[in-house]
Design a protein around this ligand. Structure first.
Ligand code: AP5
Ligand code: MG
Length: 235
């Protein structure tokens, strides 16, 4: 299975990719996570990336495409992968098509996680990540428990808020998504690869819809999956 999870900041790409990874045994490849690792390492690339990320802008295409080129050749990616947060503009989508053509493993589908704007803001403002185990939680979830124990430290999770989850940067990220990433909906629709999933609702509910769309896709091919789950993109 080779899919792109496409969706606005806060649409649940990371949350669902983690679950899909556990279910299907293929890696989640998140350019956001790879870039945050580069920032944490203090490398030169990380420093450059941080400047763009803190402003809510995209990091240079050459940087992220280089990361993806290296990542897809790793052993764990040979049976497939779930891209999360990549590609993010037309140049990246086209570069990805070229990379995958070169290795004879084209993308099966781009799955759009469709959520209303107001829901995104609430999810992003409530997101918390544990410093030790990387668990992503949300203070607005009814089952959020600040006393839950971390599997790494045995102590309550040491939650922090991502530095780009502040009001100003969230607004910029949503603007960048609308201007640069949303055109990919049309791009993949034209390729006959777009599947749209309603990503509003509880995490389990959305996961059920995603799995159903992916299994239809795997079993019957894209045409049937689209008739089952697609919401046609706005013209
Ligand atoms: P990135 O890390 O990719 O961030 P993003 O696209 O803004 O997406 P998020 O991670 O914020 O949202 P998500 O959809 O993963 O939601 P999540 O599952 O966490 O990118 C960050 C930055 O890196 C970019 O701004 C850019 O600078 C740079 N970058 C990254 N990739 C790049 C690229 N390809 N090119 C150039 N630059 C790049 O969920 C959010 C919250 O909601 C969580 O708290 C979660 O628990 C909760 N939640 C999830 N699903 C549900 C649900 N169904 N119900 C209730 N709560 C839910
Ligand atoms: Mg994410």
């Amino acid at each position: 299975m080779r899919i792109v999870l496409l969706g606005a900041p806060g649409s649940g790409k990371g949350t669902q990719a983690q679950r899909l990874m556990a279910e299907y045994g293929i890696p989640q490849i998140s350019t956001g996570d790879l870039l945050r690792q580069a920032v944490a390492s203090g490398s030169e690339l990380g420093l450059k990336a941080k400047a763009a990320m803190d402003k809510g802008e995209l990091v240079a295409d050459s940087v992220v495409i280089g990361m993806i080129r290296a990542r897809i050749t790793e052993q764990d990616a040979q049976a497939g992968f779930i891209f999360d947060g990549f590609p993010r503009n037309l140049a990246q989508a086209s570069a990805l098509d070229d990379l995958l053509d070169d290795i004879g493993k084209p993308l099966a589908s781009a799955v759009l996680m469709d959520v209303d704007h107001g829901v995104l803001l609430k999810r992003l403002s409530g997101r918390r990540t544990c410093k030790a185990c990387d668990k992503v939680a949300n203070v607005h979830q009814p089952d959020f428990d600040a006393r839950e124990l971390c599997e790494v430290t045995g102590q309550p999770h040491d939650y922090f808020q991502r530095t780009d989850d502040n009001e100003e940067t969230i607004a910029k990220r949503l603007e960048v998504y609308a201007a640069q990433t949303e055109p990919l909906v049309e791009y993949y629709h034209r390729q006959g690869k777009l599947v749209s999933v309603d990503a509003d609702g509880g995490i389990d509910e959305v996961y059920g819809r995603l799995v159903s769309a992916i299994e239809t896709l795997e079993r019957d091919g894209i045409a049937t999956a689209m008739t089952v789950e697609i919401d046609a993109p706005d013209p």
